[in-house]
Design a protein around this ligand. Structure first.
Ligand SMILES: Cc1cc2nc3c(=O)[nH]c(=O)nc-3n(C[C@H](O)[C@H](O)[C@H](O)COP(=O)(O)OP(=O)(O)OC[C@H]3O[C@@H](n4cnc5c(N)ncnc54)[C@H](O)[C@@H]3O)c2cc1C
Length: 565
């Protein structure tokens, strides 16, 4: 089964240590139990128990120290980090968050030329510490060009840091907060480390009311020497963007983990709740909602797993991951919202109850599309790849499934974060044409019309600057990329044709929805409106396939997993 089931953990790992990390983490949460998990959520308890657990087991150290800086079992291996992400979010987004912001904090460190700071970070990891990424500022949101934190040279080779950061996870506990700023004299970007225990580090408070500590902190004349500097100028800028390139990928896994736990809870409740003398799962619309939620969740996982193959195989010559990662970020996370919406409509009042995981899921699933660059920022990025994707394909050797025990070296050597418009992609038709399934075929027809629209009714200069128009165009493009990698991975995982066709049932409807949006945009031309209408299609109805997926894949989940009380 593709979905994570912590009670039947069976994922393939090339080494015992990796398997052990996953099993022990599951054990930690199952021993903690749902009652305590929920009580801590309600009481907003700082997750010291989890941090202590990972420290005792040296888990962050094993997973987040690149080869060469730690013990022999340490490596940065996206295959295992994916599942670790998923497990943490399966039990609670807050546990995932402290890990995620540690990843972000480590990004500028592992990309730095400062070997002493890298060694120091490796030691802190071994000691069980967490890390933090000090990029955001209160007034500037996504606009990091406007960063105000600054380093003022003192004339003796040292600096004084002054400024404030806002929304910085783990900013209350990280001995190395990777802090982004500018040089006061030249305006050059800089990344340096600050320690929360320093007396000139002013921990102003927690911006949120949650188990997380999302810090607002200020540095007042905080003394910095060259030894504290991670990178300067272009390298510092690249480190910021490349860190987000790595980190944003994990947000998809948080959504997958949340949705997986939620679907088990929801179907268990619905299957055993009787109304009017029948089970709730006997209602036709309920079957439809569960089947759709399941199909969407399977697609989320197939896409995110396949994107990891490309990320792990990336090189200066193959930067396709720079498209696939923002798609994980914006598409997988927004699909997560759709899954929770569907499930919540079924379980209704039950989703509010304080003892349900679902209550947290319904709240937390909203976070993922918004953090680390909103869905909009990522769509704006995605459309930069569209011309080459459709009109200038290149040949690449096949990328296999990457479940090997390799250190993902390239992630910390990504090079300048530019030249996106030059990146080329393998031909999406290859995989679409290798399937002959009713709904995949309908979808292919829609994509052909979309491509024709781009060629014959090409968005004008003005439309290309109109982000409102561009967002809809980006949604349409994203669906093609999503479908491509889902199909590639469905083959690798041997997903049955019925499930694939069920996935493309919603893909056809989603494409139709965005085509209608394009039609209705203020600036769409009559020609573009015609193409919009031509893209609207109905999925092929196949009652037998649908019933098979519902009974054999979805309904069977009703007793598959329940968290220990
Ligand atoms: C719980 C939480 C934890 C966080 N943790 C961290 C952390 O550890 N470290 C850290 O550095 N930051 C952190 N952040 C900050 C987070 O990454 C930002 O919230 C996020 O980048 C978006 O900024 P904003 O919410 O201020 O939106 P704004 O930037 O104010 O955006 C406003 C609107 O403009 C749109 N917009 C902005 N720029 C563009 C663009 N280029 N193209 C299209 N649309 C655009 C947005 O989509 C949005 O609709 C955290 C935030 C929260 C809430």
């Amino acid at each position: 089964m593709l979905l994570l089931n912590p009670k039947k953990h069976s994922r393939n790992y090339p080494d015992e240590r990796s398997r052990d990390i996953m099993r022990k983490t599951i054990e930690f949460f199952e021993n903690k139990g749902k009652r305590k998990l929920k009580a801590d959520d309600r009481d907003r308890v700082w997750y010291a128990d989890f941090i202590e657990f990972q420290k005792q087991e040296e888990i962050f150290a094993a997973l987040l120290t690149p080869s060469g800086y730690g013990d022999p079992d340490c490596r940065w291996d996206t295959w295992r980090n994916c599942e670790f992400n998923e497990i943490l979010a399966f039990y609670g987004l807050c546990y995932w968050y402290t890990w995620q912001v540690s990843i972000l904090g480590l990004g500028p460190i592992w990309q730095s030329e400062n070997k002493d700071l890298k060694r120091k970070a490796a030691q802190w990891l071994k000691d069980g510490q967490v890390f933090a990424f000090g990029l955001s500022e209160r007034a500037h949101g996504a606009d990091i060009y406007s960063t105000e934190m600054c380093l003022t040279p003192q004339g003796d080779g040292t600096y004084r840091a002054n400024g404030e950061k806002y929304y910085i996870g783990n900013g209350n506990k990280a001995p190395m907060v990777s802090t982004f700023g500018k040089m006061a004299d030249t305006g050059d970007y800089v990344f340096f480390v600050a320690d929360y225990r320093h007396r000139n580090y002013d921990l102003i408070g927690n911006v949120t009311q949650s188990q997380n500590y999302v810090a607002n902190f200020a540095l007042h004349d905080y003394a910095i020497t060259e030894a504290d500097i991670l990178s300067k100028g272009q390298a510092a800028w690249d480190a910021a963007l490349n860190t987000v390139n790595i980190g944003k990928y994990n947000l998809g896994w948080a959504s997958i983990g949340i949705c997986t736990h939620a679907i088990y809870e929801a179907i268990h409740h619905a299957a055993y709740r009787r109304l009017y003398g029948m089970a709730v799962t006997d209602f036709p619309h309920v079957k439809q909602m569960f089947t759709e939620a399941y199909a969407r969740l399977v697609a989320m996982k197939l896409f995110a797993l396949r994107a990891a193959d490309y990320m792990r195989s990336a090189s200066p010559q193959d930067r396709r991951y720079l498209l696939y990662n923002p798609v994980v970020k914006m598409k997988v996370t927004t699909q997560g919202e759709d899954v929770i919406n569907l499930l919540w409509d079924v379980i209704a009042a039950k989703g509010f109850e304080k003892d349900m995981y679902f209550e947290m899921a319904a709240r937390d699933i909203r976070a993922l599309p918004k953090l680390e660059g909103t869905a909009h920022v990522n769509i704006a990025l995605i459309v930069k790849f569209m011309a080459n994707y459709f009109f200038n394909p290149a040949e690449y050797p096949d990328v296999p499934q990457r479940n090997d025990a390799a250190n993902d070296d390239f992630l910390f050597h990504q090079g300048p974060a530019k030249g996106l418009g030059q990146i080329r992609f393998h031909d999406y038709n290859l995989v679409f044409n290798s399937y002959d399934l009713p709904n995949v075929n309908v979808f292919k027809g829609q994509v052909e019309v979309f491509k024709e629209m781009l060629a014959r009714a090409t968005p004008s200069e003005a439309q290309q600057k109109d982000t409102d128009f561009l967002l809809t165009l980006g949604e349409l493009f994203t669906l093609v990329v999503y479908g491509q990698l889902v199909l590639e991975n469905a083959r690798i995982y041997g997903v049955d044709d019925g499930t694939v066709d069920q996935i493309f049932d919603f893909m056809v409807r989603d494409l139709s929805k965005f085509a209608l949006q394009l039609y209705g945009k203020p600036s769409s031309t009559p020609q573009q409106m015609d193409y919009g209408i031509k893209m609207i299609r109905k999925p092929v109805v196949d009652a037998v396939r649908y019933q098979r997926v519902w009974l054999n894949q979805v309904y069977v989940l009703k007793d598959e997993y329940e968290m220990n009380p």
